[in-house]
Design a protein around this ligand. Structure first.
Ligand SMILES: [Zn+2]
Length: 173
């Protein structure tokens, strides 16, 4: 399984051909006699809620460099989504949280970035469940709590962010 459109078989290196299967264009290895499926990459993020404020980060890298979103990133291969969301939160903001304290608020197919498709699972948690001092980490150049009334002043990095933030705020009203 690969995220981008593959040109060669990941097992034997043979150039793949395009075939129609299940109403979709698929890549097939004639040597291995198999379809090389292409699937979205899973990601997870978390919105920390403090009253009517939410924790957002400004992205240091593309896609969406310089724009704002919830902290998050890709799952490691053996990592449950909530554990990934908690790990990314600490890496990007300095705040630590137990994955068991996170509540799932959405799961969205993000707009594709080139050939890459990501499905992102969104979590929410109260700030009182977190520990540590706020400090932006490696993939973020800013991390701060933003008031509900100030959200419209920010440019979000992804389409899903506004709805995820509203779901997180509504969860703890
Ligand atoms: Zn092959």
């Amino acid at each position: 399984m690969v995220a981008r459109i593959p040109s060669y078989c990941p097992d034997c290196g043979t150039a793949l051909t395009t075939v129609e299967r299940e109403g979709r264009s698929r890549k097939r290895c004639a040597s291995c006699d198999r379809i090389v499926y292409r699937n979205p990459v899973p990601g997870a993020g978390v919105v920390v809620v403090d009253g009517d404020r939410v924790l957002l980060v400004r992205r240091r890298i593309d896609p969406g460099v310089g724009k704002w979103c919830d902290s998050g990133g890709h799952l490691e291969v053996d990592e449950p989504p909530a554990v990934a969301a908690a790990r990314e939160l600490e890496e990007e903001t300095g705040l630590a949280v137990d994955a068991a304290a996170l509540t799932l608020v959405d799961a969205v197919a993000m707009e594709p970035w080139g050939e890459k498709h990501v499905v992102s699972m969104g979590y929410a948690v109260r700030r009182s469940e977190t520990t540590g001092r706020l400090s932006p980490g490696t993939d973020a150049d800013a991390a701060r709590f933003v008031g509900r009334d100030d959200l419209s002043e920010l440019e979000f990095a992804f389409d899903y962010v506004a709805d995820r933030v509203e779901r997180a705020l509504a969860l703890f009203e």
